[in-house]
Write a protein that binds this ligand. Structure first.
Ligand SMILES: *Cc1c(COP(=O)(O)O)cnc(C)c1O
Length: 466
């Protein structure tokens, strides 16, 4: 951190090519150091957090600073807290963050072309569309299905719910009902609330003992609501729940939604990437019935945060729900065969998110992702087998994907302390959840950087902490 008073020469706002080379070199050097350091860095570190928080709350100075000092300050700030990019991160949903994607992002931001409409950057929009069309095909959606790249599943879910509401209920929607389970991610209820649906219109369908939506109960509740004069319109299935990675019976739910005229939304925010693997496709069977599908490449495609996807069976429905315009847009016209992303979602001006997805897929090849995800399924299976073999632990659910919940036979407090002891090693970082009223630790193998070696170390750490 710079405490020096030395004056730095002002760089023009618009950097000259030689300055771009000089600063870019320094930034790349830092990237190389950061990546090289990941295996040895602690999984969490709060040692300097308080002083850095205090220091970094200062406003910017009027005088210029030094690039090297400033990015070193960033490095220190980024080293504090939970190391979500490192191999020991086994909490929530790790991804790691592919550097190839981040480099693409840098290029995209420097180009700074406008992809809110196709007319201003047709080839970039085609690039973005190509990955969305590929994903729609991967999930078995019919040709013509497409969508957009969002900041994450929460934003994608908002647009999905608004499209469903617009399509199935029309302008007076206060009597519309939505069907979820207690394991559905809260972003769906949040989206419904933002979309203006009263909270009491969200129905929580009971689950079977294996934590999946009970289809018979859903059928019964839909009939009951209809008899009471309400309008059931959205059924939400989860392809990999946040707490346990459990997949709902998607084929049965899709059939029920079709029979009942409900919009079928599938939340594959976490599970979507596993569709690349044979085992994943078996477990996600029925996902092709989705009217809308959300998927987070910043989870199971290992991309940096801020990369979500919304896919819809009929893009025209999405467009109808997000349509608008202004006189100042009168110079723009549609380009044949290309989408105007600004009219399909919440954002008009948006960053070009296509390259951060397109570049790694084309650079590494799709098979590299399939193999990496297969490895995560194998590793989660190993964690499940080894923890299940320990009589001190309860491990009730075999993982559908790569999340393993477990608990010590004992009180919730004993389990809270176990989690603290595990995380205090700073070699791994786990999180917890509550299932059937009990505190569970959960271990999620998903980071591109979490390989067999770190998983074996995690098992040793857990056993030592019991
Ligand atoms: C992470 C997650 C979400 C929310 O996605 P964000 O990208 O954090 O907005 C929704 N559903 C599931 C199942 C998730 O795991």
């Amino acid at each position: 951190m710079s405490t020096q008073q030395e004056r730095h020469t002002a760089l023009p706002l618009d950097l000259a090519p030689h300055a771009v080379a000089e600063l870019g070199g320094q930034a790349v050097d830092l990237i190389v150091r950061q990546v090289a350091g990941l295996p040895d860095e602690p999984a969490s570190d709060y040692g300097d957090a308080a002083s850095l928080v205090a220091l970094l709350r200062r406003p910017p100075a009027g005088e210029p600073g030094d690039f090297g000092t400033l990015i070193e300050t960033f490095r220190q700030a980024a080293s504090q807290g939970v190391n979500t990019a490192g191999p020991g991160y086994l909490a929530y949903f790790p991804a790691g963050g592919l550097v190839s994607s981040a480099l693409g992002e840098l290029l995209a931001q420097v180009a700074n072309r406008y992809t809110g409409v196709a007319q201003t950057a047709p080839a970039l929009v085609a690039m973005e569309e190509s990955v969305l069309t590929w994903m729609a095909g991967l999930f078995g959606l019919p040709s013509g299905a497409c969508g957009l790249i969002t900041t994450g599943a929460s934003q994608a879910t908002l647009s999905a719910v608004v499209a469903a509401r617009h399509d199935r209920l029309g302008p007076a929607f206060g009597d519309g009902t939505v069907y979820v389970t207690e394991h559905t991610h809260y972003s769906l209820a949040k989206a419904a609330q933002i979309a203006g649906l009263p909270a009491e219109r969200i129905r929580t369908v009971p689950t079977t003992a294996d934590l999946r939506m009970d289809v018979r109960e859903a059928t019964r509740m839909i009939a009951e609501d209809r008899a009471a004069g309400l309008r059931p319109f959205l059924l939400a299935g989860t392809a990999g729940s946040t707490s346990t990675g459990t997949v709902d019976p998607l084929a049965d739910l899709g059939r029920l939604a079709r029979e009942q005229g409900l919009w079928f939304h599938v939340d594959a925010a976490y599970g979507g990437g596993f569709q690349l693997t044979r085992r994943g496709r078996e477990r996600l069977a029925g996902i092709e019935e989705a009217d809308s599908l959300t998927f987070d490449p910043h989870k199971s495609l290992f991309l940096p945060y801020g990369t979500g996807v919304l896919l819809v069976r009929e893009p025209a429905v999405l467009r109808a729900a997000h349509a608008g315009g202004g006189r100042y847009l009168q110079d723009l016209h549609e380009v044949d065969g290309l989408p105007d992303y600004g009219h399909l979602g919440v954002e008009l001006t948006r960053e070009f998110r296509g390259l951060r997805v397109w570049l790694p897929l084309h650079l590494h090849g799709v098979r590299a992702f399939e193999e990496a995800l297969d490895e995560k399924l194998d590793l989660a299976g190993k964690v499940h087998r080894e923890l299940s073999a320990d009589p001190r632990l309860e491990v009730p659910w075999r993982p559908d994907l790569s999340v393993v919940p477990f608990r010590l036979r004992g009180s919730d407090d004993a389990n809270r302390r176990l989690l603290d002891r595990i995380n205090a090693t700073r070699r791994v970082y786990l999180s917890s959840t509550t299932l059937d009223g009990a505190f569970y630790l959960r271990l999620c193998v998903l980071s591109v950087r979490t390989r067999a070696e770190r998983v074996e170390e995690a098992l040793r750490v857990i056993r030592a902490a019991l």
